[in-house]
Design a protein around this ligand. Sequence first.
Ligand SMILES: NC(=O)c1ccc[n+]([C@@H]2O[C@H](COP(=O)([O-])OP(=O)(O)OC[C@H]3O[C@@H](n4cnc5c(N)ncnc54)[C@H](O)[C@@H]3O)[C@@H](O)[C@H]2O)c1
Ligand SMILES: O=P([O-])([O-])O[C@@H]1[C@@H](O)[C@H](O)[C@@H](O)[C@H](O)[C@@H]1O
Length: 536
Amino acid sequence: MAPHADIGPGSSNEVAATAHKDLFTVNSPNVVYNANEIRSKYTYRTTLVSQNADGKYVATPKETVYDFKVERKIPKTGMMLVGWGGNNGTTVTAGIIANRRGLKWDTREGSRAANYYGSVVMGSTMKLGTDAKTAKDVNIPFHDVLPMVHPNDLVIGGWDISGMNLSAAMDRAAVLEPTLKMQVHKEMAAMVPLPSIYYPDFIAANQEDRADNLIAGSKACLEHVEKIRKDIRDFKAVNNLEKIIVQWTANTERFAEIIPGVNDTADNLMKAIESGHEEVSPSTVFAVACILENTPFINGSPQNTFVPGAIQLAEKHNAFIGGDDFKSGQTKMKSALVDFLISAGIKLTSIASYNHLGNNDGKNLSSQRQFRSKEISKSNVVDDMVEANTVLYKKGEHPDHTVVIKYMPAVGDNKRALDEYYAEIFMGGHQTISLFNVCEDSLLASPLIIDLVLIAEMMTRIQWKSSSSDGAATKDFKNFHSVLSILSYMLKAPLTPPGTPVINALAKQRGALTNIFRACVGLEPESDMTLEHKLF
Ligand SMILES: NC(=O)c1ccc[n+]([C@@H]2O[C@H](COP(=O)([O-])OP(=O)(O)OC[C@H]3O[C@@H](n4cnc5c(N)ncnc54)[C@H](O)[C@@H]3O)[C@@H](O)[C@H]2O)c1
Ligand SMILES: O=P([O-])([O-])O[C@@H]1[C@@H](O)[C@H](O)[C@@H](O)[C@H](O)[C@@H]1O
């Protein structure tokens, strides 16, 4: 049996890492390149605000000097998906194979070619600067800002409670055109998900008929943690990998109850797993296994995988985690539109978000407890934008917001999202925005899975220290905080380091991602001031 890896013509042994060519170098005394690293000294400028006795704000500019170190060598990287046999898992796998081989296929609208549309890293650009002669903007592919893995080079594997091979699972998903599927059929038929853990109470009962590829045991135990850790090590060894990123793209679980003494601390969580506590979910067991294996783990679903004990464990082991819930279509649009409306001074008073879909995700979400997980992640996405505008909203005031999801098998993966945004405008007027948004869910989510892997892997090669004079200096280089909030742009319910704010506004999320990567090569944040076009 194939070692559950991508063993096609582009298989791990044959995939030659795409040679990385630096598209640019930074000409600055603060940036030094050597064969292995890029070192930069970056001054981070913020404004500290305090209030004086009469309540007036006092704004004080603050500068913190950071040293960043970026490893330039691009490691051979594996992507292991939990839920590999699902719509997203099969679609992203077929998509990477198709891109790797430069496939074209016929459709009713004519020939189509493989692409990475919908991936920020592979499909978007950022402004590098302005042309020294013409003063015109110079934009570069996002992928070229730092030495990042190319998705074509990813070695793919994973787990599923369904033992169906990836070709049959791709047919079951009914996402891709037959003329494309037939070209990747052979490679995908050779891919078989590893058996996984299945605790029935956490996903809808209607998923039981898929569960034929199981690791023994129906509740958490240390053996499950160790089996998953071994799977990761074996996958790494068989494919001669240097890095692995694991992502949960399995079914949405019900929320786990946070129980003091069970999952509130790292030690209690490990004891709970050892004792087989029934409130420990499969996704939390995967997270713990990845943390202990120092393998970044990202949760693409809305459940609270990262119970407090899991976050504490990640911090303790200096391991990366990220989540929750891919932000693919209806919510992505919401996080941009709400930001636009509120920052335009328009008082949004209600948001009605309805959608129906017919894929297996929709089937799982037709169960109330799983829907509740999704309802939470889809509902909280406007909080930061509302709270930031105290001109429009009094403290605690917010728009009405309802989320409805219905399972309609007929539409398959092509979710229909209907939204109404209702707002108060000048002098008692109203604005009503109605959206009808057909989201081909897996084709929107798959590029996000790729972005999450590429960015999480990049973060394992970036370290920082502060040479600040204000006593916050750190002597040695260290990783970013274990909770990768830099991944927020791809996620509906961004996980952030405990006690730090959650930012959902799409433009702010992209700005953070872009400007942190720019800072790693000593470049200032993208500024839209364009003073060079105003002051002359
Ligand atoms: N646009 C999107 O598709 C989108 C957006 C946001 C979030 N999500 C989330 O991504 C996840 C996957 O979506 P999908 O459309 O691929 O769903 P899917 O139902 O097609 O795939 C999920 C897969 O997970 C498997 N699975 C379930 N429990 C498992 C376990 N314990 N271990 C291993 N495998 C397990 C199932 O057998 C199935 O093959 C869902 O949770 C969904 O809510 C999807
Ligand atoms: O990302 P998004 O389009 O806002 O949200 C989607 C929901 O609308 C859909 O019902 C669900 O099945 C997907 O998993 C995804 O969560």
